[in-house]
Design a protein around this ligand. Structure first.
Ligand code: ADP
Length: 548
């Protein structure tokens, strides 16, 4: 950007254009890094990050990020180089979300629960020049690195025992706390690379831009009511969609982030009570762990804690249980491809007239677009046209706006498939209500087709979750000679409750849903979950098939 406005090329411009061109004073590339610079200048002494006994003020956080950036720059890392990180929710993970983009480099947070081969795939595919590894994940990193021909530069947090690695803290110490950085020339520049789970083939690497991350940070802060008084607890893995973009959102709001390495209900309650936590996010499974924590792990706390749930569909039962425990639920829906939250279920004025049960069911809807998203529609899978907002016709959710990924790295065909036609196709099937809210019925691959009728697995799960002995429910298709498929329910019982018989559950369902939707098979046991807390339906589908 030059400081002198350029005269229009060819011909006189309109009076609302001439002399009103963009210039350095009024047009700066958006980047989440500037949020940290501003926070350090505006309230440097405020605590930005808490980790056990450790405290980092905003001034200290900014200085450490600049030190790290300068040390990485000294090792030749710069614009569009990939810096991968394998770490839990620790302060260094927050630092990486600012220090790496400060260099114009691309941060690639890796899922710490993946296998070494997939980590090696991501490092190779993402072209990682640097891998930052936390001590706790050193064995995984070492195995992944052993499978690689060209190793990235390894930086270790704590003792990893990886030969030739540089200690993270030494880089911080040697770095320049006044390191000069500038926003990218173009805010569309890539900032983050996030691999999706890869349950259907090799993982795909969604790429975020500086502009998108900046806007998402603001959208998140506004939607979730974050402010300078907020204390945000890290119950969500930061490697998942960059912690749904909350490292940037918390800094935008000037909130305090409290680190948590492992989702243990006892730690969650303790940290809520000790630090006055006001906000936390999690998949429904995290809420379920909180809601079913044994009495000796619970702690009382005087403040209201806002809890954003997303990543998978929460049942109205879990929303109700959490609200009755004093949490205030915000239901968010989104994907890695949409920087995390794309929609939020906002309360409507007519909810005041609803019964509690009806209200909790409304809260289980995925809702309307965040302020920073341009639009959400539900389209007919055949025609691609929007379905009527009648709450009954099922179509695919499509999203559009500045907080949709740039595309998948090195995968033009998948990018084209995802973004063709002006919208991001989510693969989520939903109905669209008159008040604008979308309500997911299933992921397209999870829908059950029995005797030609579509059955929403979520709808059946929603009913099963109301049974007093059921803690978790997952319904999948089981092949059937007569019907094609029938619903098969896998259930986890509440701790300490007697496991009901198959007949009891079937009778419970019969009273509450159409006959064809009632599960024909019911299996109690432990449900397999992904590292991000989603139930692995593909594993259950295999099990259902094996039942014979
Ligand atoms: P993965 O494919 O590994 O699950 P994501 O974490 O990007 O990757 O998951 C995004 C998907 O998660 C969405 O497309 C949707 O199917 C599901 N999802 C996310 N939030 C919700 C929600 N609030 N309700 C229902 N489904 C959700």
């Amino acid at each position: 950007m030059t400081d002198t406005p350029m005269p229009p090329a060819g011909g006189a411009a309109h009076r609302f254009e001439a002399g009103l061109e963009r210039r350095a004073a009024n047009y700066v590339s958006l980047t989440p890094v500037s949020l940290l610079a501003r926070a350090a200048a505006a309230f440097g002494a405020r605590v930005a990050v808490i980790d056990g006994e450790r405290r980092l003020t905003y001034a200290a956080l900014y200085a450490r990020c600049r030190r790290l950036a300068s040390s990485l720059a000294a090792r030749g890392i710069g614009r569009l180089d990939t810096v991968a990180i394998l770490a839990s929710n620790i302060p260094e993970m927050v630092e990486a979300h600012f220090a790496v983009p400060m260099l114009g480099a691309v941060l690639n947070p890796l899922n710490t629960r993946l296998d070494p081969a997939t980590i090696a795939f991501s490092l190779r595919h993402g072209g990682a020049r640097v891998l930052i590894v936390e001590e706790a994940h050193a064995p995984l990193a070492a195995k992944a690195l052993a499978a690689m021909e060209a190793r990235p530069l390894v930086i270790t947090i704590g003792e990893t025992g990886i030969a030739g690695a540089l200690p993270y803290e030494a880089l911080i110490e040697a770095g320049d706390p006044a390191h000069a950085w500038a926003p990218p020339d173009d805010e569309w520049q890539s900032l983050c690379l996030l691999y999706t789970s890869g349950t259907t083939g090799d993982p795909k690497g969604a790429v975020y831009s500086h502009r998108g991350a900046y806007l998402q940070a603001l959208g998140n802060a506004v939607t979730f009511g974050l402010s300078g008084e907020s204390v945000y607890l890290w119950t969500l893995p930061m490697f998942h969609c960059s912690g749904w973009s909350y490292p940037w959102a918390c800094v935008a709001a000037g909130a305090t982030q409290v680190c948590l390495r492992k989702v243990e209900p006892a730690d969650i309650f303790r940290l809520i009570a000790e630090h006055g936590v006001t906000h936390l996010c999690g998949a429904p499974i995290v809420l379920s762990m909180i809601a079913h924590a044994p009495a000796h792990e619970r702690r009382d706390f005087p403040q209201t804690v806002r809890c954003a749930v997303g990543g998978a569909a929460p049942s109205s039962t879990i929303i109700r249980t959490m609200e009755e425990m004093g949490f205030r639920i915000t239901h968010l829906y989104g994907a890695t491809e949409s920087y995390g939250p794309a929609t939020a279920c906002l309360a409507q004025p007519d909810w005041a007239e609803l019964t509690d049960e009806e209200r909790y069911q409304r809260m289980a809807r995925q809702g309307v677009a965040l302020a920073t998203l341009d639009g959400v529609i539900v389209t007919d899978p055949e025609t691609g046209e929007p379905v009527p907002q009648d709450g009954s016709r099922i179509g695919e959710i499509r999203l559009r706006g500045n907080t949709i990924m740039k595309g998948y790295l090195g995968n033009p065909s998948a990018t084209e498939k995802a973004l063709a036609g002006g919208w991001y196709a989510t693969g989520d099937l939903a109905v669209w209500h008159a008040d604008g809210a979308v309500e997911i019925k299933d992921r397209s691959k999870d829908i059950i087709i029995s005797g030609g009728e579509n059955i929403s697995s979520l709808e059946v799960e929603e009913v099963l979750m109301r049974h007093p002995s059921v803690m978790l429910a997952a319904v999948v298709a089981r092949p059937d000679a007569t019907w094609g498929e029938t619903p098969c329910a896998f259930l986890e019982a509440k701790p300490g409750s007697e496991v009901p018989s198959q007949e009891t559950i079937i009778a419970f369902c019969r009273e509450r849903m159409a006959r064809y939707k009632v599960p024909k098979t019911v299996v109690f046991g432990h449900l397999p979950k992904t590292s991000t807390g989603k139930i692995q339906k593909f594993v259950l589908r295999d099990r259902a098939r094996e039942i014979g």
